[in-house]
Ligand binder design. Sequence first.
Ligand code: ADP
Length: 221
Amino acid sequence: MNKQYTVIGLGRFGGSICKALSEAGMEVLAIDINEERVNEFSNIATHAVIADTTDENVLKSLGIRNFEHVIVAIGDNLQASILTTLLLKELGVKKITVKAQNDYHEKVLQKIGADRIIHPERDMGIRIAHQVVSSSIKDYLELSEEYSMVELVATAKMDHQTLANLDIRAKFGCNVVAIRRKEEIIVSPKADLKIEKGDILIVIGGDKDINLLEKQMLADS
Ligand code: ADP
C-alpha cells in the first residue's frame, strides 16, 4: 500500500506539496479551514476536507493518527500552526513536518517535538544566493551548519582528468558522491573515471573545503 500523508493548510507551500505527493501516486488527505482552497484540491488529493485542525475532536474524527506523515503548512496563523502541531503530537502521529514562519516559531515547534521544521523562503534564499555568487555551483543543499552538498560544473581545467589525478578527497577533503553526465547518473564514481567538461559533480564536504575546491579547480580557465 502507498504511504499515507496529510497536508494541513493548502496555501502555496502546502498546495505544492499536496500536488507533488498526489502526482507521485501517494494517498493524500488535504485539509484547510477555507472552503475555496479545499475545492481546488478535491480533484487532486485522495480526500479533501474542510476542517479547523485546532479542534482535537476534528483531528480524532479524521483518524489522523493513522497517517504516517503529517505536514503542517499553516501560514501566518502561528497560534493555529502551534496548536495543531501540539495536538498531532499528543495524538501520537509518527512524523510531523511543520513550516515555520520565523525563528521564534521554530523554537516553539522544536520544544513541542515537531520532527522536521522547514523555512521554505529562507532555505530557498540561501540556495539561490550560492548559485548566484558562483558560476560553477548549480545547486546547493545545506546538510548542517558546516557541511553541504553541492552540484559543481566541471570546467575545462578538469576535462579528461581522472578522479585519481584530481585527488579531490586528499587535496580538499571533499567527496565526489556522484556525477551527472547528460541523462546518466554515475553513482560512487571510480578513481579511474575520466571527467568531461560539463559533467555535474555532486560533492559533499565542509563548507570551507568546498569553497577552496571551487576556487582552485573550478574557476573558469
Ligand atoms: P502560504 O505562504 O504557503 O501560501 P498561506 O498562509 O496562504 O500560506 O496558507 C495557509 C493555509 O492554512 C490557508 O489556506 C489557511 O486557510 C489554512 N489554515 C489556517 N488556519 C487553519 C486551521 N486552523 N485549520 C486548517 N487550515 C488552516
